[in-house]
Ligand binder design. Structure first.
Ligand SMILES: Cc1cc2nc3c(=O)[nH]c(=O)nc-3n(C[C@H](O)[C@H](O)[C@H](O)COP(=O)(O)O)c2cc1C
Length: 260
């Protein structure tokens, strides 16, 4: 991936225990809208497996692990699942993404409520302080919340040691799902249909977030124009998922050569 031109790689979402994810089919192309619908549900081999892999890694590329709770964990214990992942993986990555925004784990987005958010951040920063190394902490947000909620959460981040944010995860918005003709299916929309929504949230973060914090923008990057737009709106870094699936590896060279 480094040879393709990527500056960073993020793995995950990783959960404490292995899990299969949701039943198939759980990934759909919406080709005419250059979008995807997915309800994978954190299919992964669990943190111990990932740890084993990370221990073999030669540290050349900036690497992050995206972490979340198991689906079978009761919601009241989600916090402890995040802590387990910080403890297990934190010494072996450059940053940790705290995923509070997948639409495919029931209850996960409740961490967008300010009291829950505050408790989560405190628990994660406490766990991080016990590590040998200090991985950066990024919080990955949903694009489907009220503006006032983002403003509250941004205040919490500004007052904390959290280094940055990722804007945004897939959308559960019925309007987008209707446009994609998949309103009857579970899951989140990514790609072109998500772009405007993710950019609107990006603007709110750029306006209110302390300038010392890092903004990672993701959602609908398909070409130089959509990449440049994120940079113009204030992104420090960008990520690509759906655009990479549709356009393939040449997209990365193209962005490096002709992007801002
Ligand atoms: C197939 C698929 C699986 C995804 N899995 C995860 C995940 O496990 N954790 C996560 O935080 N985001 C996940 N995402 C969301 C992406 O990381 C990204 O935030 C979103 O798709 C918007 O970017 P894009 O339009 O470039 O795809 C997934 C997206 C897709 C399409």
């Amino acid at each position: 991936m480094q040879k393709m031109g990527f500056g960073l790689v993020e793995i995950g979402t990783v959960t404490p225990k292995p899990q299969l994810g949701n039943p198939k089919p759980r990934l759909f192309r919406i080709t005419e809208k250059q979008s995807l619908l997915n309800s994978l549900g954190f299919n992964n081999k669990g943190m111990q497996y990932v740890l084993k892999k990370l221990k073999k890694r030669t540290p050349d590329i900036f690497l992050g692990a995206n972490i979340g709770p198991n689906k079978t964990t009761p919601q009241k214990d989600f916090l402890s699942d995040y802590q387990k992942c910080v403890k297990c993986l934190g010494d072996y990555v450059d940053y940790l993404t705290i995923n509070i925004s997948s639409p495919n784990t029931p209850g996960l987005r409740s961490f967008h409520d300010v009291e829950n958010f505050r408790r989560l951040i405190a628990a994660i920063l406490k766990e991080r302080s016990l590590l040998r190394k200090i991985p950066k902490i990024f919080i990955k947000f949903s694009p489907d919340e009220e503006i006032s909620k983002y403003e509250e959460l941004i205040n919490e981040i500004n007052a904390s040691l959290v280094e940055g944010v990722i804007i945004s995860n897939t959308s559960n918005d019925l309007e987008l799902k209707t446009a994609a003709k998949v309103s009857n299916l579970p899951g989140g929309i990514s790609g072109k249909l998500l772009e405007n929504k993710a950019n609107e949230i990006l603007k709110i973060f750029k306006k209110n977030l302390d300038s010392s914090k890092i903004i990672v923008a993701v959602g609908g990057i398909f070409d130089v124009d959509s990449y440049n737009k994120k940079i113009e709106l204030g992104a420090d870094l960008v990520q690509i998922y759906t655009g990479f699936i549709y356009q393939g590896p040449n997209l990365i060279r193209e962005l490096i050569r002709n992007g801002k």
